[in-house]
Design a protein around this ligand. Structure first.
Ligand code: MRU
Length: 371
């Protein structure tokens, strides 16, 4: 287990590890209002697609607890109002919208129940989303093992570890599983300008886990492939369109092009909650544009002349043609993604996945849903 929890429900509050303060300090914030959760997502106290999905689900639990509704209709209205504020916090990661919709659908499906029962159902669904995320990440790590040579030099972008998820991590989780399985892994971490998720967060996580790593500037990836030799690239995802085009942290697209030129396999790791089949291609994925200050300042120091404009895309879209495979908890998907992603998702509904990581999830699901 990681020695920290990025997201935790404790004594009726959502406890978040403030990722803006890392690696300098471990500061926990206790949120009791869903509006504070929306603000924490917007300001990146909590970040990473699966983590913001789970945080939003707990945000709805806070809204349900605070609601004075005497009827089911009133409670649903209060939840819809909170959902609207939470949805507006960040646009790109589909996990945010997926988690909110899932909680609301769960509550709607129980509309015969009493208000107090529904309040509890909101919290239970948030717990399930959180627990499933950890299980899915472990399964992703396990599924990826055959793809990781021994020894392996792996290039990673952004932060996709325990901080970016409820626990364990996706792409960084694969690095962790491979290391724990005894493979000799060396991770090269893109620092990931402008918010330095690679340098501040991924390096911090790998340090704690004792996994050998080296931080590079984002622009070094091509030369690194030439000089050091990289066996594979591993990145996460914020939204995967039906054709496999993948939105992820800005710089991912550049890395994928450089990887193709050097014939380095380029893998995307994500839970199936990141796949958005309603979006046919990456063209339609909303891309967040963030504040000028993220580029204009390094820490508290201004590095740009006052008059120079910036364009701060927080994400980019890597076209499917650059992606070797997508690694999910239900298995590994290869191109053509348009045909193979629906097959993968069907496997989920038919419960036909391959060998599974030991899990207590089915019992937990039964316990939490058995209202
Ligand atoms: O802006 P961020 O830090 O939320 O962006 C995070 C990423 O792009 C991650 O790669 C992605 O969310 C996957 S995290 C498992």
């Amino acid at each position: 287990m990681s020695p920290f929890r990025s997201i935790e429900w404790r004594d009726g509050a959502l406890r978040l590890l403030d990722q803006r303060a890392l690696p300098k300090e471990m500061v926990y914030l206790e949120l009791r209002d869903y509006r504070e959760v929306a603000e924490a997502i917007r300001s990146m106290v909590v970040r990473g697609a699966p983590a913001i999905g789970a945080a939003a689900a707990y945000g709805l639990a806070l809204a349900a607890n605070a609601s004075k509704a005497a009827s089911v209709e009133q409670l649903m209205q209060d939840l819809q109002a909170a959902a609207e504020i939470l949805r507006a916090s960040r646009p790109t990661a589909v996990n945010l919208f997926w988690a909110i919709d899932r909680v609301l659908e769960r509550v709607s499906s129980l509309s015969e129940a009493k208000v107090q029962t529904l309040r509890q159902a909101v919290l239970n669904e948030a717990h399930l989303i959180a627990e499933e995320d950890i299980q899915a990440n472990k399964q992703i790590g396990y599924n990826a093992l055959p793809l990781i040579p021994n020894p392996a030099k792996i290039l990673h972008h952004c932060n996709t570890g325990s901080l970016a998820t409820v626990g364990y991590g996706t792409a960084l989780g694969i690095i962790r599983t491979a290391h724990e399985s005894g493979k000799r892994i060396h991770a090269y971490l893109d620092e990931t300008r402008p918010r330095l998720q690679g340098a501040r967060l991924s390096a911090w996580e790998l340090n704690q886990l004792g996994i050998p790593h080296t931080v590079i500037v984002d622009g070094a990836s091509g030369f690194l492939m030439k000089k050091v030799g990289i066996d594979l690239c591993l990145v996460g995802a914020d939204r995967i369109a039906a054709n496999g085009d993948t939105a992820n942290k800005i710089g991912t697209y550049n890395l994928a092009i450089v990887a193709k030129e050097h014939r380095v396999p380029f893998y995307v790791a994500a839970p199936t909650s990141t796949i958005d089949m309603s979006i046919p291609s990456g063209e339609d994925i909303p891309i967040e544009i963030r504040d000028r200050s993220e580029i204009a300042f390094v820490g508290s120091e201004q590095v740009l002349p006052e008059g120079s404009p910036v364009l701060n895309y927080a994400f980019d879209v890597t076209p499917a043609q650059y992606i070797t495979a997508i690694i999910t908890e239900l298995g590994i998907v290869y191109p053509p993604f348009k045909e193979n992603l629906p097959k993968l998702l069907r496997r989920g509904t038919q419960n036909e996945q391959g060998p599974s990581y030991p899990t207590t999830y089915p019992e937990l699901r039964h316990e939490l849903r058995n209202l």
